[in-house]
Every structure is written in structure tokens, then in C-alpha cells.
Design a protein around this ligand. Structure first.
Ligand code: UD2
Ligand code: MN
Length: 580
């Protein structure tokens, strides 16, 4: 081949390559453009479908809501009067009450914005309030009733002056009830859009402690007010809370918690002068106790009353102070214990806990939990073990006597952070709390004449026969346990009560010995322990005897005489305190 034709051929090959490349490039470009447009089209289509779906859903929710609203019975339950349904509704209501501890059928018929009577003591109207602080109301819920939640919201809107309400934050702790999904969003968007109501969704249930923390993180108001999702606030409830926190940013406040009946939705004020404050039992439970002697005057004047603990669901706290004082123990799961943790912490670390008698909020106390706990865990016990380790010092011994299996149990989790917090805040110890804040609390082995197991010469011991806490029942006898257990832990108190925590041995009909609530100075509950082990009951003139008492049966008092049946030996006796 001539050199000319070879050149031509080479040129041709190169050109062909270029064309081929060009062809591929153009094809790829075309392909990309095609895909882009196709995608765009799909996106558009999807968007369109979504819009259509949401319009359809909206229409569906609207129909559901209208239907619900049409069935509301005007004025039912107005003023907080008890409400009743008839016929099949009444039957359905009873069923609901058994199933979820609340008459949800009735709740659905009562207007969401029902008015309640002013439940306050008349003296409250003499106070004038002009707080500047604004509240963030945080309402957490897990599978609560749609209408019950919304009544909580509506009462908060209607009873809180607008300029004091920063926001209401609803926190859904991973509810699975379908009515709490789209329908609730739709309600907020269409019925409450003029009000500052926000909804925070937690995708998977985290328990009430972390749910409250989530709400608190979102809040921007000066004061956080936590409410359970089945509450109704009443006129003038917010002002005294905000005002008091304005005066002192370190007070944590509890309103008077009234009862909304779970069956009739009656708002019952239950004799307003008889209100109580919070205590606790060594088993780690919250209890209601009488207002302390030092606070009786404040109570009469409906002024703030000091409270050793709080129930936990309804309280107000300065938002910044909430974080400064350690918010909550984030490692607490589920339900329970957080209220005592917070109560001890507030007192021990420089805050105050008060009940505000002029702030009244109703709460539906349910007979049982309508929800179950994941893995059936005893979260109340575990959470309380956490707080016992962190806050109760050596007094935790009483709690662990109730719950020995939790004492050295890894299930309780790591406590480093909470212990560090206690150090950082330079908190006082639990003895200080007991001596100064809750001096009435009975400590079974302090300042007593004797304590421990009280045994007969036949190795039988005084025993509460598993009497449920704060119930009355016979004082019994049972084989002594090899080690001290709570059911056999008795004390002879300094003032001569033969007692367990809150129950004292009392003689009935000059014969039977029962454990009943301790009354302080009742003659029937007064005993004298003698050094020889006789336990004498002056009021009947008889002595505690175990003659002819079979195991698991109630003890009696009998004519005092020299007999082995009337000898009792306590593990620990303070000889200087015991008579002759
Ligand atoms: C009391 C308190 C409650 C809480 C509890 C101890 C009052 C009136 N109530 O029990 O607030 O301090 O003692 O922990 O003082 N919830 C969730 N997630 C859950 C479980 C519950 O968000 O996993 C919600 C529930 O929907 C409700 C609130 O937490 O709004 C409190 O629960 P509760 O009403 O069953 O507790 P309660 O009143 O028996
Ligand atoms: Mn509750």
C-alpha cells in the first residue's frame, strides 16, 4: 500500500473512534436526560398521589371528627357534676371502665371544653397575682384516650391567661393507638391552630421519665409545668404557681390534686380543708401524709405548705432550675420512682418543695395501669433501687429489706453520673433530710427502745403475716426467719408503740391484738416493755401472750403472769430506755 492510502486509512480509523465515542457520549447523555425526565415524572406523580392521599385522609379524619363532635352531649358533666349515660352506652362505659380503668365512652360524650366550678378556698380570692413568667405546659401520654388528652389541653388553654401561656407541648411516647396518630394531628391543625399547641412524637416508647425530658428539651417558657394526660385545670390555677416561682426560682410547686372520678368524671374536691402533702414509705412508695405540724398555720391561711415529697405527675419548676438541679435520671425506665428521686434531690441539693393550696388541678386516678410494661420489668422497683443507692445513704437498708433481690443486682444499672451530680451540687445527706424536712418519719431502728425480730422461747417471732402496706390486720406469730426480714421487723418506739412502719399494735375488746394505723397517743396503742421481756398493755391491764396461738393466727393479751408464753426477746434492746 502506498503511504498516501495508509495515511488515509489511519485517519479514517481515528475518525471512526471519535465518532464511536461521540455516539456513546450522546447516547449516555440522552439516557440520563430520559431517566431524569422519567424520574421527574415519577416524582411529580408521587407528589401528586401524596397530595391526593393527604386530601383524602384529611377528608376522612374530618368525617371522623364531625361524627365524634356530633355525638358530644352539650352540658354533660358541666361544672364537674357527675355524668351518666343510658342504655347500651352505659353498658359499653362499664366495660371500658373494667378494661382501661376509665369510662372512655362517657369521656367521648362530655364536651372537651366543659366548665368546672371554682374549687378554691374562698380565701384564695383575696390574693392578687401578677406574674411575669410564662409557662410551658408539658403533657406526656402513652395510649391515653383521645378525648381525655384533649380535655387536658382545652382546660389548660381556657384556664391559663393567654399572656402567661407560652406553649403546650404534647409528647406522644410511642403510642400504638391509631386515633392518636393522624386524627390527633388533624384535630390540632383544624381545631387548635390558633393556640400554641405543639406535638412531639417519640417513635418508640421510652417511658414517662425520658418522655418528660424530651418535652422539657423542646420547651422555651420560663417555667415548666408537667401534667399527666388525664387532668383538668381550674380557674386561677396557674397564677399562684408562676408568682411563687418568680419570688423564688428554687421552689418546686405542686398544685392541690383533686380527684376526677374515673366512672362519672365528677370533679370531687373532697373537703378542701383536709388536703395532705407527700411522704414516702420505706418500701419506696409515695404516700399521702397530714400537713406537718410546722405548716398547719400556713395551711389555714392557704399559703404555700412545705411537702417532703411529691406525687410526681403535676408540678411546676423554673425551666433553668430544672436543668441545673439534675432534671431526671435518664436511665430510669418506664414508670415509677422518679418522683421520690426528684423530691429527695430537690431538698437535699438546695431547693424546696411546696404544695400551693390555691392552685387546683383535677386528675383521674385509675384503679390500675391500663398499659403493660415492656418485658414485664418492675421499673418502679428498679428505679427506686437507683434512687436509694444515690440519695438515701445507709437508710437504703430499709428499702432493700423490702426488695432484697435488687440490692446487688446489675439490672439496676450504672449510677456514676447520678453520684457525680450529687457531688457536683454538694447535696446534703439523707439524715439531714429526715431530721429537717421529714422529722415525723418513723425510722425503725433509731430512737427506739427495741427493734428487730421479737422471739418467743420456742423460736417463734412476731410477724405481720404479709399484711399489705397500710392495711389493718392481726398481729401474728410465725417461725423466726433465719435472717431479719421486713415481715418480722418490729420496733418498740420511744413513746411505747409496738409498731411496724405505719401500723401499731392495738388491743380490741381487751383481747385481740390488731395492727392498725398509728394514731400517736391512743391508749390502746400504748405498751410497756420490761427488761424481763414482758410486754404490758396498761389500758387493758394485760400482757402480750402467745399461749394457744397457732402459727399464722392473731395474738391476744392475757392476764399477766410468770409464764414462758409472755416472754419476748427483741434482737436489739436499748437497756437505758427500757423500764425496770
Ligand atoms: C403517678 C404520677 C405520674 C408518675 C407516676 C410515677 C400523679 C398524679 N401521677 O402515677 O405522673 O409520676 O406516679 O412514675 O402524680 N406514660 C408515658 N409512657 C409510659 C407510661 C406512662 O408517657 O410508658 C404517661 C401516661 O400516659 C400519663 C403519665 O405518663 O400521662 C403518668 O402515668 P400514669 O397516669 O399511669 O401514672 P399515675 O398517675 O398512676
Ligand atoms: Mn396519672
Amino acid at each position: 500500500m502506498s503511504s498516501f492510502s495508509r495515511k488515509m486509512l489511519l485517519k479514517y480509523v481515528r475518525l471512526r473512534r471519535v465518532y464511536i465515542k461521540l455516539f456513546f457520549a450522546v447516547s449516555i447523555l440522552l439516557f440520563i436526560i430520559l431517566v431524569f425526565f422519567l424520574n421527574f415524572d415519577i416524582d411529580e406523580q408521587l407528589k401528586h398521589n401524596k397530595q391526593e392521599l393527604s386530601t383524602n385522609l384529611s377528608a376522612m379524619y374530618e368525617i371522623q371528627l364531625k361524627d365524634y363532635e356530633n355525638r358530644i352531649i352539650p352540658h354533660l358533666g358541666e361544672n364537674g357534676d357527675p355524668a351518666y349515660l343510658e342504655g347500651s352506652d352505659a353498658k359499653e362505659g362499664e366495660k371500658a371502665l373494667k378494661k382501661i380503668a376509665l369510662n372512655s365512652v362517657l369521656s367521648d360524650r362530655i364536651p372537651l371544653n366543659r366548665r368546672l366550678r371554682d374549687p378554691r378556698n374562698k380565701k384564695c380570692r383575696l390574693f392578687s397575682y401578677d406574674p411575669k413568667l410564662q409557662a410551658s405546659i408539658i403533657v406526656i401520654f402513652y395510649n391515653e384516650q383521645f378525648s381525655v388528652i384533649l380535655r387536658t389541653v382545652w382546660s389548660s388553654i381556657l384556664q391559663t391567661p393567654k399572656h402567661l401561656l407560652k406553649e403546650i407541648i404534647l409528647v406522644d411516647d410511642g403510642s400504638t393507638e391509631s386515633s392518636l396518630h393522624g386524627l390527633l394531628d388533624h384535630y390540632l391543625a383544624t381545631r387548635l391552630s390558633d393556640h400554641p399547641v405543639k406535638l412531639v412524637r417519640i417513635p418508640k416508647r421510652v417511658g414517662l421519665i425520658r418522655a418528660r425530658l424530651e418535652g422539657a428539651r423542646k420547651a422555651v417558657g420560663d417555667v415548666l409545668i408537667f401534667l399527666d394526660a388525664h387532668c383538668e385545670t381550674t380557674v386561677g390555677w396557674a397564677e399562684p404557681l408562676l408568682q411563687r416561682i418568680e419570688e423564688d426560682r428554687t421552689v418546686v410547686l405542686v398544685p392541690l390534686i383533686d380527684v376526677i372520678e374515673a366512672d362519672t368524671f365528677a370533679y370531687s374536691t373532697d373537703g378542701e380543708s383536709s388536703f395532705q402533702v407527700g411522704g414516702f414509705s420505706w418500701s419506696g412508695h409515695f404516700t399521702w401524709i397530714d400537713v406537718q405540724p410546722s405548716e398547719v398555720e400556713a395551711k389555714k391561711a392557704v399559703k404555700p405548705v412545705r411537702s417532703p415529697t411529691m406525687a410526681g405527675g403535676l408540678f411546676a419548676i423554673n425551666r433553668k432550675f430544672f436543668w441545673e438541679i439534675g432534671s431526671y435520671d435518664e436511665q430510669m425506665d418506664g414508670w415509677g420512682g422518679e418522683n421520690l428521686e426528684m423530691s429527695f434531690r430537690i431538698w437535699q441539693c438546695g431547693g424546696r418543695l411546696e404544695t400551693i393550696p390555691c392552685s387546683r388541678v383535677g386528675h383521674i386516678f385509675r384503679a390500675f395501669h391500663p398499659y403493660t410494661f415492656p418485658d414485664n420489668k418492675d421499673t418502679h422497683g428498679i428505679n427506686t433501687a437507683r434512687l436509694a443507692h444515690v440519695w438515701m445513704d445507709s437508710y437504703k437498708r430499709f428499702f432493700f429489706m423490702h426488695q432484697p433481690s435488687l440490692e446487688n443486682n446489675p439490672i439496676v444499672g450504672d449510677l456514676t453520673h447520678r453520684k457525680q451530680l450529687r457531688q457536683k451540687l454538694r447535696c446534703k445527706d439523707f439524715k439531714w433530710y429526715l431530721d429537717n424536712i421529714y422529722p415525723e418519719k418513723f425510722v425503725p431502728d433509731e430512737n427506739v427502745q427495741a427493734y428487730g425480730q421479737a422471739r418467743t422461747p420456742f423460736d417463734m417471732c412476731l410477724d405481720d403475716l404479709q399484711l399489705p402496706e397500710d392495711r389493718a390486720g392481726p398481729l401474728g406469730l410465725y417461725q423466726c426467719h433465719p435472717r431479719l426480714e421486713i415481715s418480722q421487723f418490729f420496733s418498740m418506739s420511744a413513746r411505747g408503740e409496738l409498731r411496724k412502719e405505719n401500723v401499731c399494735a392495738e388491743v380490741f375488746n381487751d383481747r385481740d391484738v390488731q395492727l392498725t394505723e398509728c394514731h400517736g397517743h391512743r391508749r390502746e396503742q400504748y405498751w410497756i416493755l420490761y427488761r424481763n421481756g414482758t410486754i404490758h398493755h396498761p389500758s387493758s391491764g394485760k400482757c402480750l401472750s402467745n399461749e394457744n396461738v397457732s402459727m399464722s393466727h392473731g395474738l391476744k393479751v392475757d392476764t399477766c403472769r410468770e409464764t414462758v408464753y409472755q416472754r419476748w426477746k427483741f434482737d436489739h434492746v436499748n437497756m437505758t430506755a427500757v423500764l425496770v
